[in-house]
Write a protein that binds this ligand. Structure first.
Ligand code: HEC
Length: 160
């Protein structure tokens, strides 16, 4: 009767020892060595990296173009008035409205400028009714600056 009991005891002890070993409690378990990446895996990773870089560059370019489109001028950058659309259409093929908006001239000077623009810069000569409309608009929207020393003693930040 003692032998079977001994056998059972041995089996139980073996199972317990194997179980503990398996659970990592018994003995040291080494993590499996990772395989070095294969050339194919390296190529895939590189391709993914390049695709991400291309995507980022495309996004940057799209943002740059959107910013330019936002800066593009429309007639509304000029003060409202009769002749604004004509002026914008006639005057912006060569330069922005900035050169116009920073000028403060009398009607006579604007009129002379039209000839100067044609003679010196190749603008199509502005004639007839169109010239009247545009010069009237320019003279009204960009008159000569008020002489200094007015109501506010020439303070340029106070306009009335
Ligand atoms: C054919 C091209 C062209 C057209 C069209 C044109 N301009 Fe110009 N304009 C120029 C050039 C070139 C200059 C000189 C370079 C610069 O200042 O950018 C200039 C300069 C100017 C200046 C600055 C003058 C200064 O004192 O320096 C004003 C103001 C101006 N233009 C107004 C106008 C107006 C208003 C119109 C429409 C009636 C017009 N331009 C149409 C080519 C043109």
């Amino acid at each position: 009767m003692a032998l079977p009991r001994l056998l059972i005891g041995l089996i139980v002890a073996t199972v317990v020892v194997l179980g503990l070993h398996r659970a990592g409690v018994w003995g040291v378990r080494h993590p499996p060595e990772p395989y070095p990446p294969t050339p194919a895996a390296l190529a895939t990773a590189r391709a993914a990296q390049e695709a991400a870089a291309r995507e980022a560059a495309a996004r940057e370019e799209a943002e740059r173009l959107a910013a330019i489109a936002q800066r593009a001028e429309t007639p509304e950058v000029l003060p409202p008035g009769h002749g604004r659309e004509e002026t914008f259409g006639y005057c912006t093929p060569c330069h922005s409205t900035a050169v116009i908006r920073r000028s403060r001239l009398s009607r006579e000077q604007w009129d002379e400028l039209m000839d100067w623009m044609s003679e010196k810069h190749g603008m199509n000569p502005l004639e007839g009714e169109m010239r009247e409309v545009i010069v009237d608009y320019l003279a009204g929207a960009f008159p000569p600056a008020q002489p200094a020393g007015g109501r506010h003693g020439g303070n340029p930040f106070l306009t009335d």
